[in-house]
Design a protein around this ligand. Structure first.
Ligand SMILES: Nc1ncnc2c1ncn2[C@@H]1O[C@H](COP(=O)(O)OP(=O)(O)OP(=O)(O)O)[C@@H](O)[C@H]1O
Length: 537
């Protein structure tokens, strides 16, 4: 069957693609502000030096107007640069995060275990934030340094050609050599990214209760502490280098100004002051470039990490032209199904065949690890078969879009999750338009009607509920979604035997006539089966 790779948002290829115009506007405004700053100081220097010669006011009036104009212009342009640049950076960030999220969706849940949760969170939050730096701290300062440095050099060369030599050398040092050194050093120290810190901190928080129960908190803290200490050591080394480069840049600026002033001496008059101060101010924007180069190295590394997540192949390819989702009663036919999670690895399911006619109830049993959940994952298109065929309503399952399959084949899977919000909000994931009355009715069906209110906060994955209540809420949500094929993976796990039996009887009575696949270790459930598939046999 023809398949097309799921469209991958190439977020990192051009992270500022949607804001290119405002970035250019911000860079031009920033460069113009730096230019106005250079012009302001050059004019002010000329004005002061010329005023010392006590000419008539008329001789100074143009320069006075110039100083005022350049001062106003510099402030206005800087404001325009900040507003446009930060606006563009925030839009680029929002756009990149949306693209990263869209790229993660086809990977979930089968393709995500390659990364740890904290690692993905770090990619999504911290690494994507680097795109802001590309705009605000790299592109804009670089444009300013080039324009202001170039204009200053031109002015100095026109007024006193020999004085342009120290300025040119200083510009080369500040705008090329020091940023190159800063970027090289940063690439080395940033090679180990901060993910380790995020991952160890998340492990520590997630597993706090277990660590305390097994008196392992000290060891876990030591691991997390080592990751933090490593990061702190790298930051200190980085700060030392950054400080040295800044000091060197300032020294070069001062020396260049002195040298240019001395070399402009023979020209005499106000031009000497203009050359000295212009040299100082023309170098100012270039002093920001080593920091910009460091940010650029960080941003490149961060965006490469984002790209690595987005380049991961989806575990289940999507069809180029999907069939419309099946409607009406749905039959499932599985033929010679084999699933391997890794090429060449052991088969989680081997040569399995089973037929589930529309409206029948299949009970799947078997020992732990026999492939029960894997079968359900294949039926929801979270995992692709390595061999064999699976047909849904008469068509190969991979002819449908994954989202359509999951609308038809729903239920309570191993990956079921409760969000840290109210009971009502969790239930409405099953059916967005459900009224409070619908929610109460379904809670009655799973025996929670008198126990939990709709506004009850359930905690992270139901942490504020008992194990049995959590299972019942998951069941209630699945019933509310009302899919044509209902999958139930150990739906009564965590309930006392009597309770489990009663709940299962209620749920199955409520879903009679619907294609249902029930995975269970409980032999008592076999009496509800139209067909039994024993994966341990
Ligand atoms: N995401 C995965 N990556 C690699 N191997 C996996 C993955 N999920 C399951 N397996 C392996 O596939 C085999 C079948 O696992 P599966 O979870 O389907 O069994 P199960 O019958 O549902 O077990 P249980 O009753 O304990 O839930 C096991 O050997 C398991 O280690």
């Amino acid at each position: 069957m023809t398949t097309a790779a799921v469209e991958k948002p190439c977020a990192a290829t051009d992270p500022v693609r949607t804001v290119r115009r405002p970035v250019v506007v911000a860079a031009v405004a920033g460069a113009a502000a730096d230019l106005a700053g250079t012009a302001l100081l050059a004019t002010a220097a000329w004005l002061l030096a010329r005023a010392a010669e006590r000419p008539g006011l008329a001789a100074l009036s143009v320069a006075i107007v110039g100083v005022r104009a350049f001062a106003l212009l510099r402030g206005t342009l800087r404001y325009a640069e900040r507003v446009t640049g930060h606006g563009a950076a925030l839009r680029a960030l929002a756009d990149l995060r949306a693209r990263v999220y869209a790229g993660l969706v086809p990977l979930a849940p089968g393709g995500l275990p390659a990364w740890r949760r904290a690692e993905l969170l770090h990619r999504m939050v911290a690494d994507t934030a680097a795109v802001q730096d590309l705009v605000v701290r790299c592109a804009v300062p670089a444009a300013g340094a080039v324009v202001a440095g170039g204009a200053g050099l031109l002015l100095v060369a026109l007024l006193a050609p020999p004085a342009a030599v120290p300025l040119a050398l200083a510009l080369l040092t500040s705008a090329v050599l020091l940023p190159a050194l800063a970027a090289r050093h940063r690439r080395r120290t940033a090679a180990v990214d901060d993910t380790a810190v995020a991952v160890t901190a998340a492990d520590l928080l997630d597993g706090a209760a277990e660590l305390a129960a097994y008196s392992a908190t000290g060891a876990a803290l030591a691991t997390a502490g080592a990751a933090h200490a490593d990061r702190a050591a790298r930051e200190r080394a980085e700060s030392r280098t950054a400080g040295l480069l800044t000091a060197f840049g300032l020294a070069v600026q001062g020396l260049a100004a002195v040298a240019a002033t001395v070399l402009a001496g023979p020209v005499g008059g106000p031009a000497v002051a203009v050359v000295g101060l212009t040299t100082l101010v023309a170098l100012e924007p270039a002093l920001a470039l080593p920091a910009a180069a460091r940010r650029y190295a960080d941003a490149r590394a961060a965006l490469a990490r984002v790209r690595a997540v987005l380049a991961a192949p989806p575990p289940v390819p999507e069809p180029a032209v999907p069939l419309p989702a099946p409607t009406g009663p749905v039959r499932i036919e599985v033929r010679d199904l084999t699933v391997r999670y890794r090429a060449g690895g052991a088969a989680a399911v081997a040569g399995l065949s089973v037929d589930v006619p529309a409206g029948t109830r299949l009970v799947v049993t078997g020992p732990s690890g026999s492939g029960k959940s894997t079968l359900l994952a294949v039926l929801r298109r979270f995992v692709a078969p390595s061999a064999g065929t699976v047909r849904l309503a008469g068509h190969p399952i991979d002819a449908y879009a994954g989202a359509d399959v999951r609308r038809v084949v729903g239920g309570v899977g191993e990956e079921a999750w409760l969000f840290d919000t109210t009971l009502a909000a969790n239930l409405r994931l099953g059916r967005a338009g459900a009224t409070d009355g619908d929610l109460r009715a379904v809670l009655d069906r799973v025996g929670l009607g008198d126990v939990l209110g709709l506004d009850t906060p359930v905690g992270t994955d139901g942490a504020a509920l008992s194990g049995g209540q959590r299972q019942r809420v998951l069941l209630a949500r699945a019933l509310l979604a009302d899919p044509p094929v209902l999958l139930l993976d150990e739906p009564t796990e965590g309930l006392a035997a009597d309770d489990a039996d009663r709940l299962l009887a209620d749920v199955l009575a409520a879903t009679a006539g619907r294609t249902t696949i029930l995975v269970t270790h409980d032999p008592a459930a076999l009496r509800y089966a139209d067909r039994v598939l024993d994966l341990g046999a």
